[in-house]
Write a protein that binds this ligand. Sequence first.
Ligand code: NI
Length: 175
Amino acid sequence: MTTDPRFPAGKFHAPDSYTDASRAAAVAAIAALPANVRKAVSGLSDTQLDTPYRDGGWTVRQVVHHLADSHANAYIRMKFARTEDKPTVKPYDEAVWAELPDAKTGDVEWSLSILDGMHARWSTLLRSFSAAEFARVWVHPEYGERNLDWMTEIYAWHSRHHTAHITELRKKKDW
Ligand code: NI
């Protein structure tokens, strides 16, 4: 395990192969994110929410809103990949989005509510996928093709990654 504060849950490594069990575990991690992040921010004051999780990093508030921004894009991209032939997805600048006023100062409850509803739908969709559907791809203009298996794994990791930013900060600050 790395001690790099940017990667408290380790860096992402795609598995060599995908199985029913690995897919179920990844979907379970995505399904669990809303409750986990809600618990992670539970009881924090506005001042605590506006504290960077590391020097030069996003605040807890920005991390929560980033999860909603990122996962909304991922959810929609997966729907395109499920329903269209190799759709090209639209990149976005997550660092710029995190500085927009709704992400910088908005009530975390707004994004917690988005995550509650969206992850219920997203995990329901993922549980419906056959192996052939998990093999469907999208095309990223910079990174090329990625399939739904890879995407499910990376967003399971992404869920753990950002939740750990908040829980590690609370440990460090003894909050
Ligand atoms: Ni992220």
